[in-house]
Design a binder for this molecule. Structure first.
Ligand SMILES: Cc1ncc(C[n+]2csc(CCOP(=O)(O)OP(=O)(O)O)c2C)c(N)n1
Ligand code: SF4
Length: 337
């Protein structure tokens, strides 16, 4: 007898239709935009493709389909728009690698000048485009409090051009520019940027983090962001099977391990202050997250690098302490189980 298969587990797409309309997820709506349509050329299991579709579909619903997206150069742009084709079913622009926040600002300004404040603007890009080359434009967008939601899809490297290190590459990870050689293999400790913290320091109305492990939470945060006017920032952890050297069917599992270990804190902040965090119900050691990833394989060889793993554990411990990820006193938004 053939085993019954349950498709879309965890996507809240099918069974969710039984709920009241108000409570239904965006993906359960058969009339949703499907902003990033099938036929694009992302790798199998690409977290960025998954995250972008959920985020933009949610924005489309929140705005009554009145939205323009501006994309930085990177995988999301390249795999979705091989000329003359496009997988986007929303108004979408691409200009350069580093100027997406500035172009998004310009689109918002033009819409305002035309009196079209009903049309909302989303800027988006990978972590290289956002935390490195695009940071000046993004900081300006934050400082001016321009009416744009900017979404960073963080896969921890410049994946489109061959897995080079970015300012968001995790410490100890091997990339093509931080190889696993020498006494301190992989990406240097003590370097890099925490962009959600930088965004919060601008005291913009809304900053949030999310992962593709909790797609309902991602939909919620994209929707919530559209309730604010002014600059908003959403930082989404999106595993990349190619660059992380993970199995393509483990993208969601790996993202979940990032949250369960405390490596990636999931929270919301308003006007620079944390207002909600996703709690970790059962905490796991960072090794559970690191070991399935080829980019950390050098830490688990014949002589495991316990010293490096301990440093990464200390970073996770700090996140848990700073965000109160296991502390019942800190306000709860969701639960990471
Ligand atoms: C000014 C400029 N420098 C370099 C490039 C080449 N380039 C295109 S995409 C890319 C990497 C994008 O990385 P990231 O923003 O992290 O997005 P990902 O591909 O990882 O999603 C680079 C370096 C470019 N297009 N423009
Ligand atoms: S390289 Fe990574 S980010 Fe790019 S399409 Fe493949 S899985 Fe997605």
């Amino acid at each position: 007898m053939e085993r019954v298969r349950f498709y879309q587990i965890g996507s809240y797409a099918a069974g969710n239709r039984l709920l009241d309309g108000e409570l239904q997820t965006v993906q359960s709506d058969t009339h949703r935009t499907n902003s990033l349509n099938s036929g694009h050329r992302a790798c199998q299991g690409c977290g960025e493709a998954l995250g972008a579709r959920y985020a933009l579909d949610a924005v489309m619903r929140a705005t009554g389909n009145q939205m323009v997206a501006v994309n930085a150069t990177g995988c999301l742009e390249v795999f979705s728009t091989p000329y003359p084709e496009t997988a986007w079913q929303v108004p979408w622009l691409h200009s350069l690698f580093g100027n997406a926040p500035a172009v998004a600002t310009g689109v918002a300004a033009a819409l305002k000048a035309k009196g079209r404040t009903d049309v909302r603007v989303v800027g988006q890009g990978g972590d290289g485009g956002t935390v490195d080359i695009g940071l000046a434009c993004l900081s300006g967008m934050f400082e001016r409090n321009d009416d744009v939601l900017y979404i960073c899809y963080d896969n921890g490297g410049y994946m489109n051009t061959g897995v080079q290190r970015s300012g968001a590459t995790p410490h100890g990870a091997a990339t093509t520019t931080t190889p696993a050689v020498g006494p301190q293999p992989g990406n240097d400790f003590g370097k890099g940027k925490n962009l959600p913290a930088i965004a919060m320091a601008h005291r913009i109305p809304y900053v949030a983090t999310a992962t593709v492990a909790d797609l309902r939470d991602l939909e919620y945060k994209a929707t919530r962001a559209m309730e604010f006017r002014g600059a908003r920032y959403l930082h989404v952890l999106v595993p990349c099977p190619l660059g992380w050297r993970t199995a393509s069917n483990e993208t969601v599992k790996i993202a979940r391990l990032a949250t369960e270990t405390g490596i990636f804190p999931v929270f919301e902040a308003e006007d620079g202050e944390v207002v909600a965090v996703s709690k970790i119900r059962k905490r796991r050691p960072v090794g559970d997250y690191l070991q399935p990833q080829g980019r950390f394989a050098h830490l688990f060889g014949a002589t495991p690098r316990e010293d490096v793993i301990a440093k990464i554990q200390a970073e996770a411990d700090r996140n848990v302490r700073v965000f109160g990820l296991t502390d019942p006193e800190v306000p709860v938004h969701g639960v990471v189980s």
